[in-house]
Design a protein around this ligand. Structure first.
Ligand code: AP5
Ligand code: MG
Length: 181
């Protein structure tokens, strides 16, 4: 089983991923966490990514696909992709990588949360890229570059949309139902 958790910034991808990987014994692969690790280690990649992340733009598909390929090449477990793919090019790249492993995405769970709630959650959290200007751009970038993935996976009959409002537990119960069926 290989799962994508898809949703706008602040929709709860990371929060739900922590629950999902425990229950379904998947490997969590968050490109955002990987990039923040590169930044905190002060690598060249991290340095280049930081200015992009601070503006709320997307890091290049080439860098992201390279990072993901490195992570999954020796993987034997099911994977949970969080914050990736974020563009059609990344989705196609992922399809290719998985095909090379004679595998494919089995489920795409989309978390649906209204914009006002997203902004409130992120301002409450206050990560470095959680300031009002960057948040506004992240939401725009999501609508422009990532939202097309909803149709991409719907056309493949892989998409399930979950209401992302409510308690963490309630939302997880909705996801659990989808991944168990
Ligand atoms: P990334 O780290 O992926 O951030 P994001 O998509 O903007 O999403 P967040 O991590 O902010 O939110 P989340 O959905 O994980 O929600 P969370 O669980 O934290 O990416 C950061 C940047 O890296 C991007 O902008 C881009 O520059 C770059 N990047 C990363 N991947 C890339 C890629 N593939 N391609 C190109 N660039 C890439 O929850 C948010 C808050 O809400 C938390 O405080 C949480 O406690 C709270 N919360 C969660 N659930 C609930 C609930 N049910 N009720 C109330 N509060 C809740
Ligand atoms: Mg996250």
């Amino acid at each position: 089983m290989h799962v994508i958790i898809l949703g706008a910034p602040g929709s709860g991808k990371g929060t739900q991923s922590a629950e999902i990987v425990k229950q379904f014994e998947l490997q969590h692969l968050s490109t955002g966490d990987m990039l923040r690790a590169e930044i905190s280690q002060g690598t060249e990649l991290g340095l280049a990514a930081k200015s992009v992340i601070d503006k709320g733009e997307l890091v290049s598909d080439k860098i992201i696909l390279g990072m993901v390929a490195e992570q999954i090449k020796n993987n034997t477990k099911g994977m949970l992709f969080d914050g990736f793919p974020r563009t059609i090019a990344q989705a196609e790249g992922l399809d290719k990588l998985l095909k090379g492993l004679e595998s494919e995405i089995t489920h795409v769970v989309q978390l649906d949360v209204d914009n006002e709630e997203l902004v409130t959650r992120m301002l409450d959290r206050g990560r470095e890229d959680d300031n009002e200007e960057t948040i506004r751009n992240r939401l725009e970038v999501f609508n422009r570059q990532t939202a097309p993935l909803i149709d991409y996976y719907r056309e493949q009959n892989k998409l399930s949309t979950v209401l992302g409002n409510g308690s963490v537990k309630e939302i997880f119960a909705r996801i659990q139902k989808i991944l168990s069926s």
